[in-house]
Ligand binder design. Structure first.
Ligand code: SF4
Length: 311
């Protein structure tokens, strides 16, 4: 039947284009962290709604709530006032500050504003403020994927400390955007080799927690600031990012800064890519693959053989 030609639609899945959305997701994978958007309130509301409807968990995203006046004169005072409010309301361990389209366009110098905030906070005699981590995430430069990786790299860049050549039996794992069940499985897998895993980010608890009797402003669990600081002492990093540009790679940053061994792998989906992960873990740990995984691999191969004639 002849009908009207399909209408041309110039954008598909435009929701994917919000870079700080990826930053909020990554910050939710740090224990005690509150994502904080330097921009208008609408951005925070949109991202909160989007992440809540995907993960079905309550999450808060703070905002410096810029209006028309700040768009002209700069958002520094709002950013600092918002930080004071977030510290008072949530008592977070970390505040993850991501810029938005508006503040990137007006050119707010977030690094300088945070230096000023630090000076003013200390001068007021309030002691130490929570760890502040900032990331530049203009949405017109990428999608939520770039925002996610830029944030992981910013966390490693601004928190990981030099361990003076000390190498512990731990491995940094940068899994990229994977499901909460995948994160739990990956931790179990790495620990099966006798290694401690620092997974960055790990939102398996904050975005997939049990039903609670009362609302908790900050969900417990995940990778803590002290774990990220200790990343420099890990024996190696494993990064699922064979297509990841170097400028987004946290593993490359740690390798360059601390001379750390880096295994860049594809997502372990399918036999070949999964074998590469197991080979890397064997080599890093010096331990053999646990028998249960050998059994799983054998059963998968057997299923391929049994099923090939139907495919
Ligand atoms: S940061 Fe940009 S793309 Fe994201 S919600 Fe705000 S205006 Fe929209």
């Amino acid at each position: 039947m002849m009908g009207e030609p399909a209408k041309y639609v110039s954008s598909t899945n435009a929701c994917r284009q919000c870079t700080p959305l990826g930053a909020c997701l990554a910050f939710k994978g740090v224990r005690g962290a509150v994502p904080y958007l330097h921009g208008s309130q609408g951005c925070a509301t949109y991202m909160r709604r989007y992440i809540i409807s995907h993960f079905r968990e309550p999450i808060d995203i703070a905002s410096s709530a810029l209006g028309e006046k700040q768009a002209v004169f700069g958002g520094g005072p709002n950013l600092k006032e918002g930080l004071v409010n977030v510290i008072g309301k949530y008592e977070p361990e970390v505040i993850g500050i991501a810029t938005t389209c508006l503040t990137e366009t007006i050119g707010d110098d977030v690094a300088s504003i945070l230096i000023e905030f630090d000076r003013e906070w200390k001068a007021s005699g309030k002691g130490e403020h929570p760890q502040l981590v900032r990331v530049s995430t203009p949405s017109y430069q990428g999608s939520h994927v770039e925002g996610f990786h830029a944030t992981v790299r910013a966390l490693a860049d601004q928190l990981a400390l030099d361990a003076d050549g000390v190498k512990e039996k731990r491995v940094n794992l940068f899994p990229g955007i994977v499901s909460t069940a995948d994160l739990r499985h990956l931790r179990e897998l790495v620990e099966g080799f006798g290694l401690t895993a620092t997974i960055l980010p790990d939102y398996s608890d904050t975005l997939d927690g049990p039903a609670l009797d009362r609302y908790m402003p900050i969900s417990p669990g995940c990778t803590g600031v002290e774990d990220i600081k200790a990343m420099g002492a890990s024996g190696a990093s494993v990064e699922f990012g064979s297509l990841l540009p170097r400028k987004w790679s946290a593993g490359e940053l740690l390798k360059e800064r601390f001379g750390q061994r880096l295994e860049t792998l594809g997502l372990p989906i399918g036999l070949r890519a999964t074998d590469a992960l197991f080979k890397a873990l064997q080599s890093i740990s010096g331990a053999a693959t646990p028998a249960r995984y050998k059994g799983q691999r054998g059963r998968l191969l057997d299923a391929y053989v049994d099923g090939h004639k139907y495919l």
